[in-house]
Design a binder for this molecule. Structure first.
Ligand code: ADP
Length: 462
């Protein structure tokens, strides 16, 4: 079973302590090794110095005097040293200060080297000694000088240090865990504040934002990004609220009209001709309602991305000609001229049904908002061979500058009363914009009091 604490603070503190423990362990081992090698090296240097002194004494002094003065001529050393002088396997001299029972192995014949050598010894008593030996020519013989020092104190010191570290380690771990916990708590404090604020944010106060303590650190960044997300949610929410309110309003208008017409028709008994008129105007309202519901349905599907696309390559000019046939009759009713211009061979990849609806919405608007006798021109243009442009121009009243950006918003109508008479709910251009967007194109408008031009640009098949 593994123990995983629930909160980040404790997890961080534990991890921090774990890393600290590992570092402390590595540090202790490295220190012990370093000290061991350092002291061992010092010991070897001391032995070497001792050896040089003894060599000089052997060289320049009478050996009889030497044997008495050895102990005195040396400064008391930090570590005890034992000097032995062997001649032909006979021990000639041994430092007097040492216990006679301290027995070192007798020298071997291969120890008679003129280069100093070191040797580590473990005596039967369990003591550890370090020895330096060298052969010195003296009085026509080869004498072997051996100097030894006890190295147990080094090992003892290492053991003491290790013991000390083992005893203080739990204290260090405790301090590390506490420090880790406090640091993690301080570092994560802004999150606690964010949580408190975030809990308060709901649909009724979507304007509230998370506090940003330091915009330059990670948590500040998190708060900024979350606030931006809340901005987007608030915008979508408000748009949805507006949309629902506008849609209800638009739906209520034809329903109210139908009810009033029906009530008036029922008030008195009337000739059949008048009933027919009542039914006719109710059907007209019904048609308006159906169009509105169809548009709302399409836009809600568009919002959820659920409209399946069936794309194919088409010749743009041919497509415009075919599509506009159905609407020519509306232009003729208003004695308007519908003119199609452009060149063949501009191939675009489109969903014909969706793109036709976008094109018809633009032409329908041009017919609706241009007075009788106007001219409506639809052009298929080749834009540098990369893009195809479709322009729908009219010589109607145009759109005021301040409204030109808003006309693409849902339910936006420049002149509400005028549009209502002509049957628009302000959704036509929103549908065009969506249709253009899913074809990776762009939609723009140019308008003046002498007419408007709507321009769709989509990629061309090269
Ligand atoms: P509607 O269904 O009301 O036509 P649209 O989204 O198609 O809705 O258009 C939005 C508004 O833009 C219209 O109400 C109208 O005021 C204005 N508009 C659109 N096309 C034209 C045009 N060709 N000439 C003048 N005004 C236009």
């Amino acid at each position: 079973m593994t123990f995983t604490p629930q909160n980040i603070r404790t997890r961080l503190a534990l991890k921090y302590t774990g890393v600290f423990a590992l570092l402390l362990f590595v540090y202790t081992i490295v220190t012990v090794l370093f000290l061991y090698f350092y002291f061992s090296n010092q010991l070897d240097l001391n032995l070497k110095e001792e050896l040089e002194i003894v060599q000089e004494l052997l060289h320049y002094s009478n050996y009889e005097i030497k044997s008495k003065t050895f102990e005195m001529q040396h400064e008391p050393k930090r570590f005890e040293r034992l000097v032995e002088i062997w001649s032909d396997s006979i021990l000639e001299y041994r430092s007097s200060a040492f216990n006679e029972q301290l027995i070192f192995p007798e020298p071997r014949s291969d120890h008679l080297s003129h280069q100093p050598h070191y040797l580590s010894l473990t005596l039967p008593t369990g003591e550890h000694w370090r020895m330096i030996y060298v052969a010195v020519p003296s009085e026509g013989r080869q004498r072997l000088v051996r100097i030894s020092m006890n190295e147990d104190h080094i090992l003892d010191q290492m053991k003491e240090y290790f013991l000390f570290m083992t005893i203080v380690a739990p204290l260090f771990f405790g301090i590390a865990a506490l420090a880790g916990y406090i640091m993690a708590k301080q570092a994560l404090a802004p999150i606690d504040r964010m949580v408190v604020h975030a809990k308060r944010i709901g649909t009724e106060n979507l304007k509230e934002r998370l506090p940003i303590v330091n915009p330059n650190d990670e948590l500040g960044n998190l708060a900024i990004v979350t606030n931006e997300l809340l901005d987007r949610i608030q915008n979508s929410f408000e748009r949805l609220q507006r949309f629902t309110a506008d849609a209800s309003h638009e739906l209520r208008t034809p329903l109210t009209a139908m009810r009033s017409v029906g009530e008036v028709g029922l008030q008195d008994s009337r000739p059949a001709e008048q009933y027919r008129e009542v039914i006719g105007s109710m059907l007209e309202e019904n048609a308006r309602l159906t169009r509105l519901v169809d548009s709302l349905l399409l836009l809600s599907k568009a919002d959820s991305g659920k409209v399946p696309l069936s794309i194919e390559n088409v010749d743009l000019l041919q497509f415009i000609k075919e599509s506009s046939e159905v609407i020519t009759v509306l232009a003729e009713e208003k004695e308007q001229k519908l003119q199609i211009e452009g060149i063949d061979g501009i191939i675009v990849t489109i969903d014909k049904i969706i793109f036709r609806q976008a094109l018809l919405n633009l032409i329908d608007n041009a017919i609706k908002y241009t007075s009788g006798g106007g001219i409506i021109v639809i052009r298929a243009l080749n834009d540098e061979g990369k893009f195809a442009t479709i322009e729908v121009s009219d010589n109607g009243p145009g759109i005021p500058k301040e409204d030109q950006e808003k006309i693409f918003d849902r339910f936006y109508r420049v002149d509400k009363d005028r549009s209502r008479e002509t049957g628009g709910a302000g959704l036509g251009l929103a549908i065009v914009q969506w249709a253009v967007r899913i074809h990776h194109g762009s939609l723009s408008v140019e308008s003046s009091p002498s007419g408007s031009t709507f321009r769709i640009t989509i990629p061309q098949v090269v």
